[in-house]
Design a protein around this ligand. Structure first.
Ligand code: UDP
Ligand code: MG
Length: 327
């Protein structure tokens, strides 16, 4: 299954990356040439640039690179669909021609030298190899803290994601085939890939500065990405509303007892008891109802995703021949 000389595809989503693409192609092409020379990957290995509806000259540039580099291929998306969807589109297209795929950003922030380590882990039998940043020293204080907070929240929600791993990873053909069975529209690949449950490996690297151009992930996009990650993977936030409903309901009972007692002992201003009791009661009932409706929406949400219920890691067929088979 794990070929000694796999066809390796490198998938690169690009959005307005005209400034950096020339550099990127040189680096990636050199990596593939080196791996080929060592006999680690097949000479049919390739690079796929996915143009995610860029508004600059990215696509004509990709077409031009294809003419100049035999390993380069291109995929032009009709419009800007965002990093995650563009990457998925690239992976789903390229998996047909490769034994394993590496996904990497166009900006050379992820050290291309570890692609070799990824391939070695693949040849050892890993279906998924995560590129993990060995430190976040180069990040701003802000990005570091928000990222840490994000991982804490994900962990608290019981979601399995690999810390300090972005979308720099290798996946085998069969892992990609299984990923294609996730028919959800809200995708957060970092959360979906660990669900595959195949044998994984990790390679560490130092993340560098962007080689050229600027980040396509401004703060606004980062926040919506984090929210997307949480809500597209988990229905726990809905559970929290239900829990809050129960809590308020419990308080309403305490308040009711307190209201009645103060009414009976004549310590309350007239009208206060009934007011405060109904206030808490209604509040509790409402929150609880919202939570309950949320539970059903959560069920619908999981249902419409039509995620595969199981993924087969390996099948060991019986040694006995079935009737009518062979001699
Ligand atoms: N990207 C994309 N579509 C988008 C935004 C970004 O395909 O709508 C690509 C971009 O070209 C790059 C990768 O996603 O290859 C990561 O973007 P960027 O490097 O700007 O993010 P950062 O590293 O700053 O988080
Ligand atoms: Mg980047």
């Amino acid at each position: 299954m794990f070929k000694q000389q796999p066809i390796l595809g490198i998938v690169v989503p690009c959005y307005n990356e005209e400034e950096v693409l020339e550099l990127t192609v040189v680096e990636l092409d050199a990596v593939l040439a080196g791996l080929e020379k060592e006999g680690l990957v097949s000479p049919e290995s390739f690079i796929l640039f996915v143009n995610d509806g860029s508004r600059d000259r990215t696509w004509p540039l990709i077409a031009d690179l294809k003419e100049r580099y035999r390993r380069v291929s291109g995929l032009n998306l009709a419009g800007n669909v965002g990093h995650q969807s563009a990457l998925l589109g690239g992976l789903m297209t390229a998996r047909r021609h490769a034994d394993c795929l590496v996904s990497i950003d166009a900006d050379l922030q992820d050290d291309v030298r570890v692609i070799r380590d990824m391939v070695l882990r693949y040849r050892e039998g890993c279906d998924i190899v995560y590129g993990v940043r060995s430190s976040r020293q180069r990040d701003t204080w802000f990005k570091r803290t928000t990222a840490e907070g994000f991982y804490k929240v994900m962990e608290g929600l019981g979601l399995r994601i690999v810390n300090n791993h972005a979308d720099y990873r290798l996946m085998s053909r069969r892992a990609l085939d299984e990923l294609s069975r996730f028919s959800e529209v809200n995708i957060f690949l970092r959360g979906m890939v660990p669900m595959l449950g195949y044998q994984t490996g990790i390679v560490y690297y130092e993340r560098l500065e962007r080689a050229a151009g600027e980040s396509k992930y401004p703060l606004k996009k980062m926040i919506s990405f984090a929210l997307e990650g949480i809500t597209s993977l988990s229905v726990k936030p809905i559970r929290m509303v239900t829990a809050a409903g129960f809590a308020v309901f419990a308080v309403s009972i305490v308040m009711a007892i307190y209201g009645i007692v103060s009414n009976l002992t004549g310590r309350a201003v007239s009208g206060w008891s009934s007011l405060i009791v109904s206030l808490w009661f209604i509040g509790g009932v409402q929150l609880l109802s919202i939570g309950l409706i949320g539970e059903y929406i959560g069920k619908i949400y999981r249902e419409v995703k039509r995620r595969p219920l199981y993924i087969v890691e390996r099948e060991l067929p019986p040694a006995v021949r079935r009737r009518g088979e062979g001699a």
